[in-house]
Design a protein around this ligand. Structure first.
Ligand code: HEC
Ligand code: HEC
Ligand code: HEC
Length: 466
């Protein structure tokens, strides 16, 4: 009978010792360290790279029979959704971490979802204490202020994952004027029927509102046309990122057999050269004359003018509290709460990373089931460029700027409405079910992302059916 209190006392002492030991092992980084080193330390102690990198240092228990398959699954699932190596490398070197990784780390620590419990129960130093969470939030804020200064936003919104678009980006007016002509010139296509504007109409949200675009001879491509508005801000062009910038991108459609169908740029130059007025105007700006390099340079220069500032949301971020209505403000809060702002981050709300489509549920399997459409070449995404298996079904995250005008949605153009696109994102990318009322608020908010072009709010002359 006397043994029970003794046992209890022993337990209490044990717990106290463990608690002290735990605190000693699980230290928050010193506040004296610079932000990058503090964040790096929490990520390193958190063992994040064990599950979120290509060559994980597996924990010791990974070789135990039962643990082995569980760990293998965590590593496979973890690395599929997030590669943490680039941000850790940047933090180590003191260079700019990408905005998406910053937002992802911030969210996963703030919502307490990472590291996984199975991990920190065994790795004592890895769980996130309140002190560590505070350090991470401060470090992310500090790194944003250093590498992505947000001068346009009101002070209270300076640390948001999304930043307002600038009013304009610097461009050469004469080159842009020529680029504007070329952009609308059907002589760029082999049979003189198709211009850039055919598929990226400026009065139609910078898109054609078709599932697949129609090129010369009534031929159709295999992926949906993204908008040209704000494309300048994308870190690469095309769904699979095969063009590094706008000039490289502009060299693609002319030689694409189902888009503009030219054999070579020389054919285009020959056709344009028949127009003596155009040639002399062109040579006045580009003394070297018409060539693939100068034509694509002029078009890219024009595309720098396709910035759409002053959306209701941007005015709100800049401090105009009345710019968005209450539903839209709630929609933006939900947008962040549902992790949407981790991938759709930065000034363009996307265009910064390649992300796996269907990271929380199998999008392609479900599409095949509901729409009876099998896999296409376009579904391979980034894999088509790298051949790396991890890149299969991974797409450049599209911008959400002016998204209300750019139906239908997704790389396959298979989703007709914004409501569906939003609730499917919650299911396939976030792994949560969004209630109809929440979807409505988020869509309402996304409507506030329509900006101005040439001082006028963008509209779409096409009418959305359904
Ligand atoms: C034991 C393996 C493991 C460890 C350790 C781990 N993660 Fe994860 N992580 C996962 C898995 C599995 C998922 C996906 C499923 C889930 O969220 O449960 C995930 C999801 C995430 C996501 C969500 C990505 C997205 O876009 O949805 C982020 C961000 C993340 N982890 C960050 C971290 C950070 C930061 C750490 C370290 C503090 C960490 N993880 C430690 C396994 C791990
Ligand atoms: C026949 C229709 C068609 C024509 C003509 C066309 N495009 Fe596209 N454009 C598309 C499609 C479809 C894509 C997506 C292709 C992909 O990602 O593989 C695209 C992608 C783009 C992108 C990348 C946007 C992003 O977010 O990745 C830009 C920029 C662009 N086009 C500009 C142009 C310019 C400039 C021209 C004229 C030189 C042009 N397009 C001609 C259909 C067209
Ligand atoms: C893990 C990264 C990630 C997260 C989280 C995410 N998205 Fe996306 N989003 C993408 C990618 C990638 C696509 C393109 C998918 C495709 O084309 O197959 C996309 C496409 C979209 C589109 C269609 C845009 C277009 O022009 O086709 C909308 C709208 C959208 N997302 C909204 C949201 C909302 C709302 C949330 C939160 C519920 C969210 N996203 C969460 C990566 C993400």
């Amino acid at each position: 009978m006397k043994r029970l209190p003794k046992l209890l006392l022993g337990l209490v002492v044990l717990v106290a010792v463990l608690a002290v030991a735990y605190r000693a092992v699980n230290k928050a980084p010193s506040a004296d360290l610079p932000a990058n080193e503090q964040l790096l330390q929490v990520l390193a102690d958190g063992g994040c790279a064990s599950c979120h990198s290509a060559n994980p240092e597996l924990p010791f228990y990974a070789s135990l029979p039962v643990a082995r398959s569980m760990i293998a699954k965590h590593v496979a699932d973890g690395y599929a959704v997030f590669d943490i190596a680039p941000i850790m490398e940047a933090l180590r070197n003191g260079t700019a971490p990408d905005e998406v990784s910053l937002a992802k780390v911030e969210r996963s620590i703030a919502d307490g979802s990472m590291p996984m419990m199975e991990y920190y129960l065994v790795h004592w130093g890895s769980s996130i204490t309140e002190a560590k969470e505070t350090a991470v939030m401060a470090a992310v804020k500090d790194l944003r202020a250093t590498f992505y200064p947000n001068e346009l936003a009101a002070a209270e919104f300076a640390n948001e994952p999304v930043r307002p678009l600038p009013d304009k980006v610097a461009y050469d007016e004469q080159k842009a004027a020529l680029g504007n002509l070329l952009y609308h010139d059907t002589r760029i296509s082999a049979d003189g029927t198709v211009s850039c504007a055919t598929c990226h109409g400026l009065p139609t949200g910078g898109v054609d509102n078709l599932q697949y675009s129609e090129g010369i001879g009534g031929q159709f491509g295999g992926v949906n046309a993204p908008t040209v508005y704000n494309a300048y801000f994308n870190f690469a062009q095309f769904w699979d990122g095969r063009a590094a910038d706008l000039a490289e991108q502009a060299a693609g459609p002319p030689l694409n057999p189902v888009e503009m169908g030219d054999q070579t740029f020389d054919d285009i130059v020959a056709r344009l050269s028949e127009d003596k007025d155009f040639v002399s105007a062109f040579i006045a700006v580009y003394p070297e004359g018409l060539s693939e390099a100068t034509i694509t340079n002029a078009i890219a220069e024009f595309e720098k003018t396709l910035v759409t500032p002053n959306s209701a949301f941007d005015r709100y971020l800049k401090g105009d509290k009345e710019a968005m209505n209450a539903e839209q403000v709630e929609g933006y809060e939900l947008f962040k709460e549902y992790n949407c702002a981790t991938c759709h981050a930065g000034v363009n709300m996307g265009g910064l990373t390649y992300e796996l489509m269907g990271q929380r549920a199998n999008y392609f399997e479900d599409r095949e089931f509901t729409q009876k459409s099998g896999l296409t070449d376009g579904d391979n995404g980034r894999w088509a460029q790298t051949g790396v298996e991890r890149d299969r079904y991974r797409f450049k995250t599209p911008t959400l700027r002016n998204v209300a005008l750019t139906w239908p949605y997704y790389h396959d153009g298979s989703v007709a409405t914004l409501d569906e696109a939003v609730s499917m994102m919650a299911k396939y990318q976030v792994g949560r079910t969004m209630k109809d009322a929440e979807v409505a608020k988020v869509v309402n908010y996304l409507n506030a992302l329509t900006g101005e072009y040439n001082g006028k709010i963008l509209t779409n002359t096409n009418v959305q059916k359904n």
